[in-house]
Design a binder for this molecule. Structure first.
Ligand SMILES: Nc1ncnc2c1ncn2[C@@H]1O[C@H](COP(=O)(O)OP(=O)(O)OP(=O)(O)O)[C@@H](O)[C@H]1O
Length: 633
């Protein structure tokens, strides 16, 4: 099938580009350089170790210095423990199985700590993640084979060779907390035979809707539902909300947020609480003792000692087999009792749940999911629910070639185009003042989005303007290049001065604890550095620092603040706007604001792009346009 062979080729191109970028960052790089690139923790101290399932040793380590450096050693990534003595030979590979703050656990492909780990300084290196690519590739191959039989109704629908069908007799239960479009979405999810799509623009209650739909699915079908998303954060959020609704949720893989409520949903925690676990623990301890005894007999001793050593090891292995059996029983029991299983897309193939099949799989944040990854959970189901917004951030793709040739188009977008009859768009939003929503609604949502009465007119204070565009054209604020990132120091200063004036207006109106939340965002990382400096050097803002954050747009998807400042940064006479031409990113930025949105930019540069030209005209129409001149005067 062309559909899947094309995807397989694109994935191969992407994998190569990703590997090359990884190699560039690691090859011939010193430990210090790798550490600076976030690929290595060094030095580390071992805080403990435990023998786990499959006789693999899990080692807990802590970063003892350089603790603030950002890094990519997240749960699930392949990694290696190494020693600085001879990092090429003194290393053992494994997978990060837990990470929080400056501690992580790595499960090693061995059952005991190597001798070299007791000398020299140790570190953890991130390795290239071949496993995820292998999983995606396997899924595409399997999908291809199934597609060729022509009989798989779900695949036929998703690739567009069959229509999506519905059971018209199904009527959704009464759900008084949902609005009309949310209720309709739940109805479509219940009635769909193969595919239902929930298009959720910003703040429209996509999560609320999905949670109610999943609850209704469990009640209707009496079958386990698999709920997945590309990011751990989204999986965490859904897991908590589903649990709050009284469902038995099993969170597979490690949560990115360590909250007690979430931890309680993980397999590790549920296992520890299980009635049969005490027995397994006792056995494990016994096996450990046998191993310790065996280690006392050195290999160089005589035959009798060697035999003794072997007998002890054999006994330890035999006991560990019993442990594995007991643990498997516990896992099967816990997995069997779950009504909802939650995981990331690739996590849906974790070995505890690898072989399971489901009636329905729900993919949230489908607008950010790489299509090949979606096929991992899809192959486990008869019916798919896709939820997301194709007009917010798309997945990050490393290979420009793969992106150009179609890897940047998500399954969500394809399915919306193929099956408009399967789409329900949630059309009422609970976040933005209607003037803040207006432009996004017009450009991206065909004017179909409404503001709920509770937010349509909400303001920071009576008489405030919810939308402001501050035009720096003609002020001589020129962009600079810092490395690969643009900056605009005068624009940063202006943004913070404007914020200081706003805060002065708000101060008498709000108690510190209920002070409106503010975020200052820019697509350019170096501009954030300048904004932070300006903030730190504005004494009047210090008492409110807790309410103000500075962030990139990408880290902000899914969040909201009362006040959003966007520093567009670009200002040049070539009309070059770089990153800003990705209007989906700008849609995310603009729709984070609840009560006030202040955008600062140079109309002379921005007007080269119709999205901004139109936005500025719109701002003028709404009386929201102001020249920076008049502000500075
Ligand atoms: N039917 C409703 N009635 C009243 N409030 C609602 C309703 N649906 C959602 N909300 C509120 O709207 C807000 C956003 O809801 P939710 O978190 O479900 O949205 P979302 O669409 O997932 O958000 P995002 O834009 O981050 O994707 C929440 O505060 C929620 O309580």
């Amino acid at each position: 099938m062309d559909y899947f062979t094309t995807l397989l080729d694109l994935l191969k191109t992407e994998r190569e580009a990703d590997r090359q970028q990884y190699q560039q960052l690691t090859q011939s790089a010193s430990v210090a350089e790798r550490r600076a690139n976030g690929l290595t923790w060094y030095p580390i101290a071992i805080r403990g170790s435990e023998l786990g399932r499959g006789d693999y040793l899990t080692v807990e380590v802590e970063r003892t210095t350089h603790q603030d450096l950002s890094h990519q050693l997240r749960t699930g990534v392949p990694a290696a423990l190494f020693s600085n003595h001879d990092p090429k030979t003194d290393r053992v590979e494994g997978t990060v199985s837990f990470q929080n703050g400056n501690r992580l656990k790595i499960t090693l492909l061995t059952d005991e700590l190597p001798d070299w780990s007791r000398q020299g300084k140790l570190g953890i290196d991130m390795l290239f993640d071949d496993t995820s690519y292998d999983e995606m590739q396997d899924a595409l191959r399997q999908a291809n084979a199934l597609a060729e039989t022509g009989t798989n109704q779900l695949i036929n629908t998703l690739i567009g060779t069959a229509a999506a069908t519905f059971r018209p007799e199904i009527t959704p239960p009464a759900l008084p907390r949902l609005n009309a479009s949310q209720h309709q979405a739940v109805g479509a999810i219940l009635a769909a035979n193969e595919l239902a799509i929930v298009h959720g623009p910003p703040g429209t209650g996509k999560t609320t809707t999905l949670v109610q739909a999943i609850k209704a699915l469990v009640a209707q079908d009496h079958k386990q539902v698999l709920v997945v998303a590309p990011s751990n954060a989204a999986v965490d959020l859904l897991s908590e909300k589903l649990h709050d609704e009284g469902l038995n949720v099993l969170r597979v893989g490690n949560p990115s947020r360590i909250s007690e409520r979430l931890t309680a949903l993980t397999l590790d925690h549920k296992m520890a609480e299980h009635s049969q676990m005490r027995e397994a623990k006792k056995l494990k301890k016994q096996a450990g003792e046998f191993k310790n005894m065996a280690h006392k007999y050195k290999r160089s001793f005589g035959k009798a000692e060697r035999d003794q050593r072997k007998a002890l090891f054999d006994e330890a292995h035999r006991i560990m087999k019993d442990v594995a059996n007991t643990e498997q029983y516990i896992i099967d029991d816990l997995v069997g009792r779950a009504q909802v299983i939650t995981a990331t897309l690739v996590g849906a193939n974790q070995y505890m749940v690898r072989g399971l099949t489901y009636h329905t799989v729900v993919i949230d944040e489908a607008g950010q999911a790489l299509e090949p990854a979606c096929w991992i959970p899809i192959l486990k189901a008869k019916k798919v629910v896709l939820a997301g917004d194709p007009y917010q951030l798309s997945p990050t793709i490393k290979s420009a070639e793969a992106a150009r040739n179609g890897l940047n188009v998500t399954l969500l977008e394809k399915c919306i185009a193929l099956h408009p009859d399967a789409v329900t768009m949630l059309n009422e939003q609970y976040r933005m003042h209607e003037q803040i929503m207006d432009y996004s609604a017009r450009i991206f949502y065909n004017n179909q989005l409404r503001a709920h009465a509770s937010v349509a007119g909400h303001l920071l204070f009576s008489g405030d303007s919810p939308l402001e565009f501050i035009d720096t054209a003609g002020c001589g604020f020129e962009e600079k290049l810092e490395g690969t990132s643009s900056t605009n120091p005068e624009e940063a200063a202006l943004a913070i001065r404007h914020l200081a004036q706003l805060v002065a207006q708000l101060a008498p109106l709000y108690a510190p604890a209920s002070f409106p939340s503010v975020a200052v965002i820019s697509p350019y990382k170096q501009q954030l550095v300048l904004l932070n400096e300006q903030l730190d050097h504005t004494p009047d803002l210090q008492p409110y620092r807790h309410a103000i954050s500075v962030n990139t747009i990408d880290s902000f998807q899914g969040q909201e603040r009362d006040v959003i400042y966007i520093s567009l940064t670009r200002s040049n006479d070539r009309g070059e706007i770089g990153f800003l031409s990705d209007i989906r990113r700008m849609n995310v930025a603009m729709t984070r604001a609840r009560k006030k949105l202040v955008i600062i930019g140079d109309s002379a540069t921005l007007a080269s792009h119709p999205f901004y030209a139109d936005f500025i005209t719109n701002a003028e129409r709404l009386n929201a346009y102001q020249s920076a001149w008049s502000f500075m005067a």
